[in-house]
Design a protein around this ligand. Structure first.
Ligand SMILES: NC(=O)c1ccc[n+]([C@@H]2O[C@H](COP(=O)([O-])OP(=O)(O)OC[C@H]3O[C@@H](n4cnc5c(N)ncnc54)[C@H](OP(=O)(O)O)[C@@H]3O)[C@@H](O)[C@H]2O)c1
Length: 358
């Protein structure tokens, strides 16, 4: 099989670097073009990621893959779209608005930005969770007279919440959710949080984050009916905070369910979902989509972030919640740059390719 030719836009950023890793030696996709802003354009990749003091700022650990070191970073206008089968976009949402629609006119775009997430003909996709919503991509393509489409992932804080709520919603019904996040520094991008601001500190506010989590969770868990997504009828309250952790978001969740549930039933439910998950066996899928811990000291970011190469969502501290007639409380861990963005986007592209959409 010929590999699909892909471009990464925003390749020098926090998520862009994860894309570089996730696509190294990929069996189906080959990175043939890369782009970032004017600041990086014209430079070899290895030079484009130097910080202002000249230090190579490769933030994802290990060595920079050989395939990318000498590749020239282009501007978006410098990309040859006629030679591409797919674009991965990892730019901030303001810039993404123009860039992604320009690309989608010719070629499919899988995006980590929020630019198109809230538009009626755009699904927010988590591979394995709401695959049926990919049918909206065809409607989007037709509506906009594009050859491609834009398929965004959710915000990285929404990802773990929606993944853990999906089985609960299907089996027990979900009425209300309260969530407090403890989000990693890398979630803010390469220039998002200053070292002085976050060291020995917790920041109790992340602009726009809480609104995104509420809107996105309801849309992802909604149903595609007559060409439109009908949001899930769940009331959500959340508080999003930034904590001094490098990678991986932790969330404390309280859920009111319609039917009675206890921790043992939850364990059986997540184990069953591990067996049934649609993306099992795809190149970037973890062996276990869910890890369920009875040890009350889990999840911990330093222990969980490498499980399933960051693609496993960990659930622990599961207890019956006495505040509700029926309900649970739990703590989840989800890797913001792996399942929550770059590698999750690659898994989404694998699912879309398998279903003949790419
Ligand atoms: N960080 C996370 O954990 C995470 C998780 C989920 C989703 N996201 C989303 O993913 C996107 C990227 O986030 P990030 O954290 O990787 O941000 P980042 O570290 O700030 O990187 C931004 C990237 O976009 C490039 N860029 C900026 N303006 C551009 C333009 N006009 N044209 C082309 N490229 C441009 C930058 O290039 P230069 O280096 O040349 O400036 C850089 O490569 C954002 O929309 C973010 O909300 C992030």
């Amino acid at each position: 099989m010929d590999k699909k030719r892909v471009a990464i836009i925003g390749v020098t950023g926090s998520v862009g670097q994860e894309f570089v890793l996730s696509l190294e030696n990929h069996p189906w996709f080959q990175v043939t073009q890369i782009a970032a802003s004017e600041r990086s354009a014209g430079k070899k990749y290895v030079d484009a990621i130097r910080d202002p003091s000249g230090i190579i700022a490769w933030d994802v650990g290990g060595e920079i893959p050989e395939y990318i070191k000498e590749m020239e970073v282009k501007t978006v206008d410098g990309l040859d779209v006629s030679q591409l089968d797919l674009v991965f976009s990892a730019v901030e949402s303001e810039a993404a608005k123009d860039i992604e629609s320009k690309m989608a006119a010719d070629v499919p775009v899988v995006s980590t930005s929020s630019a198109y997430r809230y538009e009626e003909d755009v699904p927010i996709l988590i591979p394995g969770i709401n695959d049926e919503q990919i049918e909206l991509l065809e409607i989007q393509k037709k509506n906009r007279n594009w050859k491609g489409w834009i398929a965004p992932l959710p915000n990285c804080t929404t990802t773990g919440l929606a993944i853990t709520l999906k089985p609960l919603l299907e089996k027990y019904g979900v009425k209300k959710v309260m969530m407090t996040s403890m989000q990693a520094i890398s979630g803010g991008g390469k220039s998002g949080v200053s070292a002085m601001g976050i060291t020995d500190n917790i920041i109790p506010y992340i602009p726009k984050e809480e609104g995104k989590v509420k809107l996105e969770t309801r849309k992802i868990l909604g149903k595609l009916e007559n060409g439109k997504i009908k949001d899930a009828d769940i009331r959500i309250s959340c508080t999003c905070t930034r904590v001094p952790v490098i990678d991986g978001h932790t969330e404390s969740v309280f859920v009111e369910t319609t039917k009675e549930i206890d921790p043992q039933k939850a364990k059986e439910m997540y184990n069953q979902y591990n067996k049934d998950i649609s993306v099992a066996g795809l190149p970037s899928a973890p062996e276990k989509y869910y890890a369920f811990h009875e040890d009350p000291t889990r999840p911990q970011p330093r222990m969980e972030r490498s499980v399933g190469d960051g693609m496993t969502t960990t659930i622990g501290r599961v207890e019956k919640e006495e505040l509700f007639d029926n309900g649970l409380k739990y703590i989840l861990f989800s890797h913001n740059k792996k399942m929550g963005s770059a590698k999750g986007a690659v898994l989404l592209a694998e699912m879309l390719h398998k279903k003949g959409k790419i």
